[in-house]
Design a protein around this ligand. Structure first.
Ligand code: IVH
Length: 694
């Protein structure tokens, strides 16, 4: 009996330790964006905690990191009355509106050196989080401002929402308000996957956030990559001592709550407008959608003095950016053929300004999406442009559909080469089957080949590629290396003619020949390349830059990759069955082999080396690098270790042969010591390299 008690109390200690450690790493990863351990080491901590909790179920508490996803709720959402109403904000749509807002405040306060907390206006869903004694006890939506819905079960699953606040000096009750949102990249990735699986896509990140939270089953929210930013106070007990809103945000950060990193402080109207422009310029580059910025009088006493009008504070306003979604009319639907034959339907639009850019085309993704959205020529549609992703048609405005519009049918043949279109397996995309003959596929693959991150042929623009293919001078990428000066001049003459420009280049023959000589020189310069660049440039499906690098490093030579079996290919890190089959299929095609042979014959060269890990004194040994090395970078050390046959891993386990610890080595070194794994310092590593001539 006493033994059991002892076991329970030591388990309780370890459980508490693990929870703190996991919460800390979770905060570093999801809030600070500065992880300090590998994913696998983090997973190991969670697994250890799960195992202990399974053994001691009486020790499980709601604030344990293992309890983020609970059971579905039944019978709908409970109502939550907001003790302090959740207000909305007035809007400013112009600098003049913002000026009036500022002037009203300056008049009322009798001064104009007013400081503001300035924050992006996150385009998501407003949420109130209630922490009692530091523990998240309830999360609610805004609802009508006075009554919202209890969505605790969903909000708990958001990794950046702390289940427990950090720090020692916590208020007994803290109700924080903020926005739940879906980062744009996560939203795009979610839709991409949904399209592949022919499932419903989400209209925009805001709807995505709202739709994910208002679900009875918390598994839905847990499966969606949601995040949270805190920006306001609901209620606090005992009363707070903050005098400035920005100080409060700083304390929120201290509690482990995520606060938008772009939040700042600005003084005077000039300061507000400068912030508006600064954030506006960065809008497309921010990882989440914002629809404006919010100005809040920083001084809390001044906020009180200013008070409220109806449902909005007088001391704050939202200065809006141009909308990301606009309406326009579909004038035609075309299909485009990509490098790998993928057919993408594209809506040609009546030109419309969307968030500062004129949009004339929008992607409809694939046949299934056109059907699902039922987009027809003549329809009024909502177009969305966000970040640097291609504009897309979100939906049709059905009540503006004129009579007699016919549903869109995908062509059955490639519009460029007439080959049949076919689907591979149950893929959603149709592909042109004319690989090797389709001029559109050829143009796209040449464009990819010449692009900056591939062979980097400067000056070979899209229009030129188009003409070179149409004139029959270039059939495939290797033909670029057989182009003559005369051919380039002829191509340029035609291009100018087609564009309707006076063929200046013909009048001034010298200019044209200098242009052509430059392009030939750029093509020539690209002959000297590297194996990863060449591999990427070949345009093998699903072989991006990083896979190309991995393949090059693993196999060392192109011929070894070209002749490898799928099983051999899969011995390279991160190469799974799909990528392996793509590579094998590429090199099994006789015309692709011919192109590679021609590239060589026409002087394209790259360095080749030995395959990795086929030999070497460290063959089959797993090694971990940690801390900072001084004589070489971690990547260099990794490369040398791999050249000796070792596999370099990110986390220490029982299988680790040895750990190399540079200065300031942290948890990996501790773990190695715990497991009794040999540790080498930098000098020993250098000695090892010297011994083996690495
Ligand atoms: S403050 C009393 N700050 O905008 C002030 N709101 O139109 C309450 N929002 O319902 C709101 N980012 O959902 C504030 N940095 C921010 C915000 C923000 C987004 C949303 C919020 C609110 C709506 C008001």
């Amino acid at each position: 009996m006493s033994g059991d008690l002892f076991a329970t109390s030591s388990a309780a200690t370890r459980i508490a330790q693990l929870r703190d450690e996991i919460a800390l790493h979770n905060h570093r990863y999801h809030v600070l964006d500065a992880p300090s351990i590998s994913d696998s080491a983090f997973d190991a901590l969670v697994r250890e905690l799960q195992a202990l909790e399974a053994e001691h179920p009486q020790l499980v508490t709601a604030d344990s990191p293992t309890q983020r996803v609970g059971s579905p709720i039944t019978g709908g959402f409970d109502e939550v009355r907001h003790d302090v109403p959740m207000l909305s904000l007035g809007n400013a749509f112009s600098d003049a509106d913002a000026g009036e807002f500022f002037q009203r405040i300056a008049d009322k306060l009798g001064r104009d050196d007013i400081a503001f907390s300035v924050e992006p206006k996150i385009d998501g869903l407003a949420i109130s989080l209630l922490y009692v004694d530091g523990v998240l006890t309830r999360a609610a939506t805004r609802g009508d401002g006075s009554t919202g819905e209890d969505v605790t079960h969903s909000v708990r699953t958001i990794p950046s929402v702390p289940l427990k606040l950090m720090g020692g000096d916590l208020p007994r009750v803290l109700e924080v308000r903020g926005e739940v949102y879906m980062p744009r990249a996560a939203f795009e990735a979610f839709n991409e996957r949904a399209r592949e699986r022919r499932e419903r896509t989400l209209a925009n990140p805001r709807n995505a956030a709202a739709g994910s939270i208002r679900q009875l089953d918390p598994k839905v929210a847990a499966s969606r990559p949601l995040a949270f930013f805190a920006y306001a106070l609901g209620r606090i007990e005992p009363e707070a001592t903050w005098t400035q809103h920005t100080d409060m945000l700083a304390d929120f950060r201290g509690y482990g709550l995520p606060v938008c990193p772009e939040a700042d402080r600005a003084v005077g109207l000039d300061g507000l407008l400068a912030y508006y422009r600064r954030i506006g310029e960065r809008r497309d580059a921010l990882p989440y959608d914002i629809d404006g910025v919010v100005y809040k009088v920083d001084d809390i006493a001044a906020q009180r003095e200013l008070g409220f009008v109806s449902r909005a504070p007088r001391w704050a306003i939202a200065h809006k950016f141009p909308a990301r979604e606009e309406q326009t009319v579909v004038e035609a639907i075309d299909v485009q053929v990509g490098r790998t034959g993928a057919i993408t339907p594209v809506a040609r639009l009546r030109p419309v300004q969307v968030a500062g850019v004129v949009v004339t085309n929008a992607t409809l993704h694939n046949e299934h999406e056109v059907r699902r959205k039922d987009v027809r020529v003549g329809d009024t549609v909502i177009v969305r442009r966000a970040g640097d992703v291609i504009p897309e048609v979100v939906s049709v405005v059905l009540d503006q559909r004129p009579e007699g519009l016919v549903p869109f049918d995908m062509p059955t043949q490639c519009p460029e080469c007439g080959s049949l279109l076919a689907r591979e397996g149950d893929e959603a995309v149709l592909r042109c089957t004319g690989t090797g003959i389709c001029p559109a596929q050829r143009k796209e693959s040449i464009r990819h080949f010449a692009s900056r991150r591939a062979m980097d042929i400067e000056g070979l623009g899209d229009a030129y590629i188009e003409n070179l293919v149409d004139l029959g001078y270039v059939h495939h990428v290797a033909d670029l290396y057989a182009l003559t000066l005369d051919q380039l001049l002829e191509m340029k003459r035609r291009a100018d003619e087609r564009d309707g420009v006076v063929p200046e280049t013909v009048k001034k023959g010298k200019v044209a020949s200098r242009w052509a000589e430059n392009l030939l020189a750029a093509i020539d310069a690209s002959r000297k390349t590297s194996l990863p660049r060449l591999l990427f440039a070949l345009g093998i499906r699903d072989v991006g830059e990083s896979t190309a690098k991995t393949l090059a490093r693993h196999f060392g030579a192109l011929d070894r990759i070209a002749s490898a079996s799928e099983a051999d290919l899969m011995t390279a890190p991160d190469v799974g069955p799909v990528v392996a089959s793509r590579i094998a299929a590429f090199f099994a095609a006789p015309h692709q082999r011919e192109v590679v042979d021609l590239l060589r014959a026409r002087g394209v060269q790259w360095e080749e080396g030995e395959p990795l890990a086929a030999a070497g004194p460290l063959l089959g040994q797993t090694v971990v690098l940690t801390g900072t090395l001084s004589a070489l970078t971690r990547d260099e050390a990794k490369e040398k270790l791999e050249a000796l046959g070792a596999k370099v891993s990110g986390s220490v386990s029982a299988k680790t042969k040895f750990v190399v610890a540079g200065s300031e080595a942290g948890s990996k070194l501790d773990k190695a010591r715990q497991l009794g794994i040999p540790v080498l310092d930098e000098a020993a590593l250098l000695a090892l390299f010297a011994e083996h001539g690495a």
